[in-house]
Design a protein. Structure first.
Length: 278
């Protein structure tokens, strides 16, 4: 169940390299088009995908729970494709989403900024100044997305197995490097446990998505509520604000396929009113 994740910079040739690699290996490419193709099966409208896909939330006190739910639905799509195996996950924090799965080949495709601007202007028939703005915004948006959701530096090379600079290397060479790397025995020897880990990640993602979509937990991403799954056994840590919330959390667990049992370590901490409001 080989899995490749590809992180890319706008104008680095990540798009054609990903398509050519998928074609050469016979893999499914999970990119924006593929996510949009199956989005309706996961309760996602085209507008919801556009709002949640690879975008950090606006700086607000509480992140909209529905947008968070849609973000988790996109992650669920990626995880279920990964479980099938023989996939390339294009962007979307795939290397972070699959953290803990050692058989994943994590690739990053880069090129110098001005080279990327020139390529994007030529590809899209844009004024170079406009292309420069778009490439810079793309870099900032994707870096912000990874930092917000995964608390990671997007450009740190230590987070990738293979970093390809396309300033001198051709797309064909890049494709060959990726195809050769995914066959490395260090990756192939680690596949046995990947399926179990992915199954647990999918259960966790279903739980989180359901809690967000129901509005049971507003701001689940704010680190006060944690779901862990191992072998289908769920452990809940952190806190909720009422007995009603706790009951809804437990009822949600009962409805998620694959949950074998759960351990509830949640505290109940009522909201504290602000003294200045009185």
């Amino acid at each position: 169940m080989a899995i490749i994740t590809i992180s890319r910079e706008m104008g680095s040739a990540g798009i054609p390299i990903s398509h050519k690699t998928a074609e050469k290996l016979g893999y499914t490419l999970v990119d924006g088009d593929e996510i949009r193709r199956v989005a309706a099966d996961y309760g996602l409208s085209p507008e919801a995908v556009e709002k949640a896909d690879e975008k950090p939330p606006a700086f607000v006190e509480t992140v909209d729970s529905q947008t968070e739910a849609n973000f988790h639905r996109i992650e669920l799509i990626i995880l279920e494709y990964a479980l099938r195996g023989n996939v390339i996950i294009y962007g979307r924090g795939g290397q972070d989403l699959l953290k803990g799965i050692d058989s994943v080949l994590r690739v990053r495709v880069i090129a110098p900024f001005e080279e990327r601007v020139e390529r994007w202007a030529e590809r899209e028939w844009l004024d170079p100044d406009l292309a420069r703005v778009l490439v810079r915004k793309s870099d900032q948006q994707r870096a912000g997305f990874i930092k917000y959701y995964f608390d990671r530096d997007w450009v740190d090379p230590l987070n990738y197995d293979l970093v390809i600079n396309t300033i001198n290397l051709s797309e064909e060479t890049a494709v060959k490097l990726i195809c050769d790397a995914v066959k490395d025995r260090n990756l192939t020897q680690r596949k046995d446990n990947s399926k179990k880990i992915l199954q647990d990640l999918i259960i966790r993602k279903k739980i989180e998505t359901d809690l967000f979509s129901k509005g049971v937990i507003a701001g689940l991403h704010q680190y006060h509520f944690h779901v862990a799954v191992q072998g289908g056994k769920v452990t809940l840590d952190g806190y909720v604000h009422s007995q009603r919330e706790l009951q809804e959390v437990l009822e949600t667990l009962d409805k998620v396929e694959g949950v074998k049992s759960h351990t509830n370590n949640l505290d109940i901490r009522p909201f504290q009113s602000n003294p200045r409001e009185h």
